[in-house]
Ligand binder design. Structure first.
Ligand SMILES: *[C@@H]1O[C@H](CO)[C@@H](O)[C@H](O)[C@H]1NC(C)=O
Ligand SMILES: *[C@@H]1O[C@H](CO)[C@@H](O)[C@H](O)[C@H]1NC(C)=O
Ligand SMILES: *[C@@H]1O[C@H](CO)[C@@H](O)[C@H](O)[C@H]1NC(C)=O
Ligand SMILES: *[C@@H]1O[C@H](CO)[C@@H](O)[C@H](O)[C@H]1NC(C)=O
Length: 425
């Protein structure tokens, strides 16, 4: 009997302790939960507005201008309208005479981009709108530089700076797959919804003739063309895609996306054939599955995706010849761009950093000539002659030996401007 009593006592003591334990734990648990929740909401708000303090520390002026718009990615729409200059865009959309030029400047690309924009203004006459996609900390510098350009040139252009971003719909999903900087160009038809057509160029592009010349190729599009690019290579034996690519590409050697004309109205409307479904897909539906399928096989990012798209839709691409996108590949082992030999280089593309190292001094000489030129100075005396002198020093390289092609069209462009000045235009 005593045995039972002991056992009962023990059980009761145990039960009491258990109850005490449970009661003790309850507040702990609930406070733990609320702590966790607080932590979570905290993290969340930090994430969606987190850029504020982070950028604020570096660039307070920008934040003020941003009007407290918290996230780079989710409020893109607001960013756009806010930074758009107060131009009557609705009216302009109906009859837009401007050339729309877009560039994506990531990393240390400010100076290079400014040289490109300068070359776009120098030789042409038509009004321009620059769409500059850049990392936030560069926006101020772009504004400061562009606003200082002389008023004669100011009257010919407007500009909008945009954050590097995705279209606001599905921004989070895009973000998971696409690197914003590398893929920005693919999203331009979806971001610049009110723009009909666009000339997209890399930052390392220099125009050696009026921009309106390439813009006018848009009017040569047949009814199925919706974009235009140059071949990636002229010489299949040294080309990249046909030797190394692990994905489909356009034509014999692929296309280079450094200079790309787009009729974005058509891009937005078109249903693209593809190798993912038997159903043609719209641009906005195409990008995500395409990257998902090929992400492990692509080397040159968005250019590879464009090659895959136009492989399946070749009737949509207008291919312009190599002098519209002239790269070191065209002269590095000897000249292989026939059209440039005949008519000169129209647009120079100093890819792989050749404007900034000593590998292709002829390319660097052109860049430096345009970069150092001051608006308003005599173009022959302060641009053409010094450039020709510097190119003479590059004759030890293949591209240097081909450099008469670099100045052939430039000379004509400058000649036309000088003639117009004499005639008092
Ligand atoms: C720039 O915007 C202003 C203000 O809306 C407008 O009057 C002007 O025509 C525009 N210039 C160009 C070159 O588009
Ligand atoms: C990716 O490359 C591998 C190796 O060349 C190839 O077997 C595979 O089919 C490629 N993937 C796609 C989606 O083309
Ligand atoms: C682009 O295509 C649309 C639809 O076909 C057309 O209305 C528009 O004029 C084209 N834009 C240019 C600049 O040719
Ligand atoms: C437009 O030109 C391309 C070649 O650039 C061709 O493949 C396509 O069939 C043409 N479209 C029409 C409607 O003629």
């Amino acid at each position: 009997m005593r045995c039972y009593l002991h056992a009962l006592l023990l059980c009761m003591v145990f039960a009491v302790f258990s109850v005490l334990y449970v009661f003790n734990q309850l507040p702990v648990a609930s406070s733990f939960e609320s702590q966790y929740e607080d932590g979570w909401t905290d993290r969340r708000t930090k994430q969606s507005s987190g850029r504020q303090p982070r950028f604020g520390a570096q660039d307070t002026g920008h934040i003020v201008r941003k009007g407290g718009v918290p996230s780079l990615f989710d409020h893109q729409e607001d960013d756009r309208t806010r930074e758009k200059p107060a131009s009557g865009s609705v009216q302009e959309a109906t009859r837009d005479e401007r050339i729309h030029l877009a560039v994506v400047a990531c990393g240390p690309r400010l100076e290079e981009t400014l040289a490109m924009l300068k070359s776009a203004l120098l030789f042409g006459a038509k009004p321009l709108h620059f769409h500059i996609f850049a990392e936030d900390h560069l926006h101020g510098s772009f504004g400061q530089s562009l606003d200082l350009w002389p008023s004669v040139f100011q009257t010919r252009f407007n500009y909008t700076t945009y954050p590097i971003t995705f279209p606001s719909e599905n921004a989070k999903e895009w973000k998971k797959l696409f690197k914003p900087c590398a893929s920005q160009r693919l999203f331009l038809p979806l971001i610049l919804k009110d723009v009909d057509s666009l000339l997209y160029v890399d930052t390392d592009i220099l125009f050696l003739q009026p921009v309106e010349e390439i813009w006018s190729l848009l009017s040569l599009f047949n009814s199925t063309h919706l974009a235009a690019m140059a071949p990636e290579h002229e010489e299949p034996r040294i080309a990249w895609y046909n030797r190394f690519a692990r994905h489909p590409y356009y034509g014999k050697t692929g296309v280079n996306s450094g200079v790309m004309l787009m009729n974005m109205t058509r891009i937005r409307e078109k249903y693209f054939k593809n190798d993912m479904t038997s159903v043609p897909l719209k641009w906005v539906e195409l990008l995500m599955p395409l990257l998902q399928k090929y992400k492990l096989n692509i080397t040159w990012g968005d250019q590879d995706l464009l090659n895959i798209i136009f492989h399946h839709n070749p009737e949509s691409l207008y291919v312009f010849p190599c002098q519209w996108n002239y790269r070191p590949d065209h002269c590095i082992y000897g000249s292989n761009c026939l059209e440039a030999e005949q008519e000169g280089v129209f647009i120079l593309h100093g890819n792989r950093g050749v404007y900034h190292d000593d590998k292709q001094p002829a390319f660097r000489a052109v860049y430096e000539a345009i970069q150092k030129y001051t608006f308003g100075d005599n173009l022959v005396q302060f641009l053409l002659l010094p450039l020709e002198a510097n190119l003479q020093e590059t004759k030890h390289t293949y591209c240097g030996r081909a450099s008469h092609m670099f100045t052939k069209r430039l000379k004509q462009s400058i000649g036309v401007l000088q003639q117009e000045t004499i005639e008092g235009r």
